[in-house]
Write a protein that binds this ligand. Sequence first.
Ligand SMILES: [Zn+2]
Length: 346
Amino acid sequence: MTDTSTSAASATTASLAPNTPRRFYRGGERILAFRGIDVAPDFDGFRPEDWIGSTARLFAEGGGGGTVLDDGVDLAQAFATDGAGWFGEAHVARFGGNPNLLTKLLDSGERLPVHSHPSREFAAAHLDCDNGKTEAWIVLVAEPGATVWVGFREGLSDAELEDLVDAQDDRLLAALNPITVTAGDAVLVPAGQPHAIGEGVLILELQEPTDFSVMLEHSRFGLELDHAFLGLERSLALQSVDHGPVSQARIDSLRRRWIDVEGAGPALPEEASAYFRAEVVRPMTGDVTVSAAYAAVVVVDGRGTFTSHDGTRDVRAGDVLLVPHSAGDVTVSGAVTLIRCMPPAP
Ligand SMILES: [Zn+2]
């Protein structure tokens, strides 16, 4: 059914319900708690990701993931109807009429497998796509001692990496830099770096809009080899993986404390801005006004008001808004913290 009613005709700020495609790993209860939703009796425990403002599709596992607006309009159709309204002319001129960004909430009910994502260069050469997948994690909730892992501590030869992948044992995770995280942390994960997310964190994740993953660890999660290596020869897929070493100083350069922002400021290191922007908005000493931009807005703490050309609305922790460029400058008031997830500046 195609809906061409006026609600789809022009961009307007939308409140987004959870969009949680089934995945191969456990999680999702922290997403429901954050969103203020009771766990349904038939909750299957495999809804660990909430895809926000998504026109992307899962690489496997059924291909779901696209956002549908409350009025039943597919978001991709809404974008096609008014790209300039949603994104602004400059963005459309550079990136086309799509967000060029995928935003998710992710709740790790178990440790995720060690995996990596290809770079833009690798994706263009071997996957017929201009986007790779640099990603970033903004930690909203973390159980005590929660850990993530990024990059091989020691450099590996091709043969050493192949041996680790063949073995499918604990040495793969043990070869990575562990990072203990708490709520308020942010970590940038450049494309190519192997990584894993430990059990017990709720993160807001920004990514280039693809679902290309090289699943270095796959057997314990029952993943098909074709899925694990993007349908490529294993040796070619492993060329997309950074063999290390990644130093502690490099790890430190990828980290930021987003919770320290007062007023408005970046949640992520400057290096992220070629791929996406995450801006913390946190009125401390009065209202904060930020300039017009397409943004997936996640209210992460407190409650307040959010005012744009589309009107004023009360917002509270767990709310997610999709805000078009045409909504103009935004003013935020109250004891509230929100994060605006945005594409790179055009
Ligand atoms: Zn990843």
